[in-house]
Design a protein around this ligand. Structure first.
Ligand SMILES: C[S@@+](CC[C@H](N)C(=O)[O-])C[C@H]1O[C@@H](n2cnc3c(N)ncnc32)[C@H](O)[C@@H]1O
Length: 246
């Protein structure tokens, strides 16, 4: 059977970080169903004749996941070529797995097209390597947001794992995250880099210590990088800025 739905990763924001395959599928789709975090630059690549459906969940506008899955099935049964476009990678905290399951259950042929996840793209865009020889030999990617009824993250245990901790969706919980990691044994002076709106024109990096994170001016969407690597700034742009500073 021919594929009719593609679950596509849009990358972190910069349209040049789309995969070649994602760009080809966007150009050929009948309908693009997209999330709130898909950048305007990426959406600008969708031909004007293609139907765009915004199903982004925003504060005050929660869209039930089942509705989105049903929409994908309905569009596919109507004979449309559907691109389901998600920020970053569709299977990293993107609920792409649930949509894939719904398509499987409905017998709709689909394909997953990976994207560059913000979990590595945001640190990289700020000049922070998530692993670095002699500094961090591993990184753990974790969500700061747990839906009601689901078990909390064991931050204290995570503090003992070592390596870099990369937190997505952690801005509103950053005070608790910092307190719990410290209670688990992480040094309060551990460097943190919070990278906001990475790879877009609005990118901002806030650097601080773990014990300053609660009061640091960080806004969503941001990736929190916690660990010794967060003190690094391996970027020519950053280096130039430092050289020019008085
Ligand atoms: C629902 S998760 C989706 C993650 C996505 N599937 C991925 O692989 O990047 C949304 C979270 O991703 C992070 N995020 C996504 N895009 C970002 C960006 N351009 N800059 C900083 N953080 C981003 C933020 O932590 C945000 O709250």
């Amino acid at each position: 059977m021919e594929v009719s739905v593609w679950l596509v990763g849009a990358g972190p924001g910069d349209p040049e970080l789309l995969t070649v395959k994602a760009a080809r599928l966007l150009a050929a789709a009948d309908v693009v169903v997209h999330d709130a975090l898909v950048g305007d630059g990426v959406l600008a690549l969708v031909p004007a004749s293609t139907e765009l459906i915004d199903v982004g969940k925003r504060p005050g506008r929660p869209i039930p996941q089942e509705l989105i899955s049903t929409l994908l099935v309905t569009l596919a049964r109507d004979g449309q070529r559907v691109v389901r476009l998600k920020g970053g990678d569709p299977f990293v905290f993107g609920r792409g797995g649930e949509e894939a399951q719904a398509l499987l259950d409905a017998g709709i042929p689909f394909e997953v097209v990976p994207g560059i996840t913000s979990a590595v793209a945001a640190p990289a865009a700020a000049g922070v390597p998530v692993t670095h020889r002699g500094v961090a030999a591993s990184f753990t990617v974790v969500t700061g947001h747990r839906p009601a009824g689901e078990p909390d993250i064991d931050w204290r245990a995570l503090a003992g794992v070592g390596g870099t901790v990369v937190v997505l969706m952690g801005v509103s919980q950053r005070a608790t995250i910092a307190a719990e990691l410290t209670a688990g044994g992480l040094d309060p002076a551990t460097p943190v880099a919070a990278v906001q709106s990475a790879t877009t024109g609005d990118q901002v990096t806030v650097r601080c210590r773990l014990d300053e994170l609660a009061d640091a001016p960080v806004r969503s969407p941001a990736v929190l990088v916690i660990g010794a690597v967060a003190a690094l700034e391996l970027s020519a742009v950053g280096a130039a800025a430092l050289t020019q500073s008085p």
